[in-house]
Design a protein around this ligand. Structure first.
Ligand code: A2P
Length: 273
């Protein structure tokens, strides 16, 4: 069985999923989702802002895997947060996905008005339209503010994390609060340079695995939920073939200490989209 993480409301999430940021609506997304589910993935992570929810839904249906056997995440976009229309935006996402619930719904960024969005999401959660609600790109101070007005602790915080930007302090704090951490750009994103890093390559070679597989393993062994993106069938399958080896403590340490410390995306305290 593939590893899962138990969220703070008792539901479980498969620890490895397919991410579809920058995967194009249409055949590209339909194929990627179908290939992933055929390879054994049971977790797909999309967002309103990725503009591919319809294709995600189509790929899920074409795979023949039952809806209830797939953990599906989508996210509320910033403009909908600012416009105070979390509830309507959520139902629009459901329509595009062609489903009547999502497993995890996240506030994509702490855009102005996110506090009101959270209250609307709590209602949807209480109406059982969402199995768990959470946040993305929230710093500790955002979550502390959230808890000053809400009794519901976010189930997850999806943040940038990879060996080039481990983000370990926030991960440790989130987890001390019972918040599961999900890593975006887990392979270092589109730049590709992390996958060419000589330390990563050397660690991977010891196990007869690829750099991507070694990095995915690093995330899994840290207890983080990891959602690598690929549009290629063989890479999608390769990224799921990571349950037959274990990185040593020394190799975990080596990947945690590449010393790059460079974000690939925006700092949640400084974004303008
Ligand atoms: P592609 O979709 O062309 O396969 P992240 O998940 O950190 O955002 O990074 C994903 C990036 O790494 C994408 O550009 C993806 O490109 C590439 N990628 C994903 N899996 C692999 C792999 N197994 N080997 C090499 N590159 C990969």
């Amino acid at each position: 069985a593939q590893p899962t993480v138990t969220l703070n409301n008792g539901i479980t999430i498969p620890q490895l999923g397919l991410g579809v940021f920058r995967t194009k609506e249409g055949e590209e997304t339909v194929d990627a989702v179908r290939w992933a589910l055929e390879a054994g993935y049971r977790h797909i992570d999309t967002a309103r802002a990725y503009n591919n929810e319809e294709s995600v839904g189509q790929g899920m249906r074409e795979s023949g895997v039952k809806r209830r056997d797939v953990f599906l995440t989508t996210k509320l976009w910033n403009q909908d947060v600012r416009d105070g229309r979390a509830r309507d935006a959520f139902f629009e996402s459901l329509d595009r996905l062609g489903t009547d619930y999502v497993d995890l719904y996240l506030i994509h960024w702490p855009a102005n008005g996110w506090q009101k969005a959270w209250e609307q999401m709590e209602e949807l959660y209480n109406e059982r339209r969402i199995r768990a609600i959470g946040v993305s790109n929230f710093h500790r101070h955002h979550i502390e503010e959230l808890r000053s007005f809400s009794d519901l602790t976010p189930a997850a915080d999806q943040i940038e994390s990879s060996p080039q930007f481990p983000n370990q302090e926030l991960i440790d704090w989130d987890r001390s609060q019972g918040i599961a951490v999900e890593a975006w750009s887990p392979l270092g994103g589109t730049g590709g340079s992390l996958l060419d890093n000589p330390t990563v390559a050397a660690v991977a070679a010891k196990y007869g695995k690829s750099p991507a597989q070694a990095i995915i393993r690093w995330h899994l062994q840290r207890g983080v939920v990891v959602i690598p993106k690929s549009i290629h069938a063989e890479r999608i399958r390769q990224n799921f073939d990571v349950f037959d080896f274990t990185l040593s403590d020394d190799d975990m340490h080596a990947l945690s200490n590449l010393g790059i410390n460079r974000r690939q995306g925006s700092d949640p305290d400084n974004f303008n989209f």
